[in-house]
Ligand binder design. Sequence first.
Ligand code: NAD
Length: 498
Amino acid sequence: MDHSSPTLLPPAAAREFGFFVDGAWHGGRPLFERASPGHGVPVSLLAKCTAEDLNLAVAAARRAFEDRRWAGLSGAARGAVLLRAAEILRRRRDEIAYWEVLENGKPISQARGEIDHCIACFEVGAGAARLLHGDSYNSLGDGLFGMVLREPIGVVGLITPWNFPFLILCERVPFILASGCTMVVKPSEVTSATTLILAEVLAEAGLPDGVYNVVTGSGRTIGQALSEHPDVDMLSFTGSTAVGRSCVHAAADSNFKKLGLELGGKNPIIVFADSDLEDAADAAAFGISFNTGQCCVSSSRLIVERSIAAEFEAALAAKMAKIRVGDPLDPATQVGAITTTAQNEVILGYIARGQAEGARLLAGGGALDLGRGHYIAPTLFSGVTPQMAIARDEIFGPVLCSMPFDTVEQAVALANDTVYGLAASVWTKNIDKALTVTRRVRAGRFWVNCMMAGGPEMPLGGFKQSGWGREAGTYGVEEYTQVKSVHVELGKRTHWIG
Ligand code: NAD
């Protein structure tokens, strides 16, 4: 199939994937059938792995770590593998984007852009592998020299969600590899194909066997077993705050493995009256509709200065009504299908709840019938109060709540009135307001007069219940290392025993 063709169709038959352990493909397990959320036809058949499969994968990753086939290479040699992987991804970009659309339901144009970002992640990871370093203390006196070594933490477990299956994977894998660690990945059971395709890419790039292993299956079985595994040194989990909490318990009850957690968000977009209101309205429409709002950094709470609130909401509603919702394989589509039936029900439930709680619908407000799949119109609620469920809970859908403010203090207080702290955006032409809000709102990623901008050089992660640790860039590589303090005595020891 020509995956770059402008008229793509779902495949005629579902593709069967095995799972990947110790450099080899394995099969023979019961299969899980995944249907395309945009088209309702079966597209992939994925292995329901067993706990024993997971144990074999962890053992392979452990061997590959301990014999130093990867950690023992120079940063330059590890970087060369990552650069070759980037080249292969460039070649297979449209094919991987196609699989991402088939399992996730996101628009093909967006998926292709995401794979470009993933290629950049591998390139940045390659540089980071070469630049990773420790520190030294030349200040301990003439008799003692101090070195701080950064060593790879060991075997990493990586659990990923379904909203950005390949992008979230690639914001982690190159940086884990740059550090010298080995890993076992458990993708979401509904979007595993591209994580398995990455195994083909990395093998072709020359990654040694056993360094990247993929075990597929449900979160309750394989995910839970990975988080509890006594031979996994670190777990990087991206997903819901509820499952993140269960990973904390699992780590405490097993081996105190280090945790990296990227969890939910309820992210504010703060719009001042002095901003470029057209730009801000476009960004607000994008920020809530991108990836059908199934995005941890979605700007889902509009906090808008009261003097312009009505005018701004009207302009925003008009823009949201123009968003092209449709077949994810159509290159003109801007918003695709909801990824799972369960998530579709959650989103529609919150829209009904918002209306029942007294919020006013200004745009969208329900399902769109395209004949197959689940589609929801980008939705805007006005007159929302901070106590309403639609203002407090992460909906994970294209549902935006608007709340007015009068002062900078109120805007900051509203923005911080959440258990989450993942991302935030502020719109103003006044530098004092922009920097005050940026410094006072507690969020790990901030956008000033922009929305979801950035690249893999910059660290990703949350404050408060949005998670622990940072991914990507040099910060991301360092998360997967341990720090060792080395003390070297110079010259003759001062004896303790006289
Ligand atoms: P989820 O928590 O249900 O699942 C995430 C992953 O965890 C999946 O692979 C799943 O199989 C696995 N899992 C499920 N139960 C498990 C258990 N008991 N032990 C271990 N693993 C288990 O999340 P989801 O529905 O796939 O994704 C949506 C959530 O993810 C949203 O809350 C969203 O905000 C969050 N998210 C956060 C980020 C971020 O970077 N902060 C990015 C994407 C998604």
